[in-house]
Design a protein around this ligand. Structure first.
Ligand code: GTP
Ligand code: MG
Length: 190
């Protein structure tokens, strides 16, 4: 049994990463959010899978100094699952999903420790701001999903009307605890 789960949110600026975290925590849409939310830990007894869950925010604006770039690489390496957030009403953020996925996967593989190569860190595509559109972005996102086997699932949600927010974090938790793909886990090896 894992002792905890670490979820990292990445994606283009302004797609709503911080808002998603704040909406989950406060169960209401925050009018104003900081660039980056402090790391939060959800205690085991209030998560569906009963495992303490850390949620880590990432802000592109915040990461342009070298210190912060380093922190970013570190958080990518520590993450058990990465949520790649795009905004369903922003084409550019959808186009960037492939790039962000690729870069996250590459960074994971560059995390020096050889063992990292044996891990598979699941990715989840998160289409936020579903309140702003009538049509689903799934058609655009499916080819990207087929391209990367690390993508576990995708979900459309809205931080604003709280649609699919708890589901999103549940899928992330589940991707770590009950992976569908082959996964080597040294902790379980005797
Ligand atoms: P950076 O930290 O700059 O990378 O941005 P971010 O991805 O953390 O986005 P942030 O949470 O700061 O939200 C950006 C803007 O989108 C804010 O004005 C939010 O109010 C708005 N926003 C976030 N989520 C939603 C949503 O679900 N629906 C709508 N309509 N607006 C949203
Ligand atoms: Mg932010």
């Amino acid at each position: 049994m894992r002792k905890d789960v670490r979820i990292l949110l990445v994606g283009e600026p302004k797609v709503g990463k911080t808002s998603l975290i704040m909406s989950l925590v406060s169960e209401e849409f925050p009018d104003e959010v900081p660039l980056r939310a402090e790391e939060i830990t959800i205690p085991a007894d209030v998560t569906p899978e009963r495992v303490p869950t850390h949620i880590v925010d990432y802000s592109g604006n915040y990461a342009h100094t070298n210190t912060h770039k380093h922190t970013h690489t570190q958080s990518i390496c520590l993450a058990n699952v990465i949520c790649i957030v795009y905004s369903v009403n922003n084409k550019k953020s959808i186009e960037k999903v492939s790039l962000v996925s690729l870069s996250a996967v590459n960074q994971i593989h560059n995390c020096s420790i050889d063992e990292w190569l044996l891990f598979r860190v699941p990715l989840i595509l998160v289409g936020n701001k579903s309140d702003l559109v009538e049509h689903s972005s799934m058609e655009t996102i499916l080819p990207i999903m087929n391209q990367y086997q690390d993508i576990e699932t995708c979900v459309e949600c809205s931080a604003k009307n709280l649609k699919n927010i708890s589901e999103l974090f549940y899928y992330a938790q589940k991707a770590v605890l009950h992976p569908t793909g082959p996964l080597y886990c040294p902790e379980e090896k005797e």
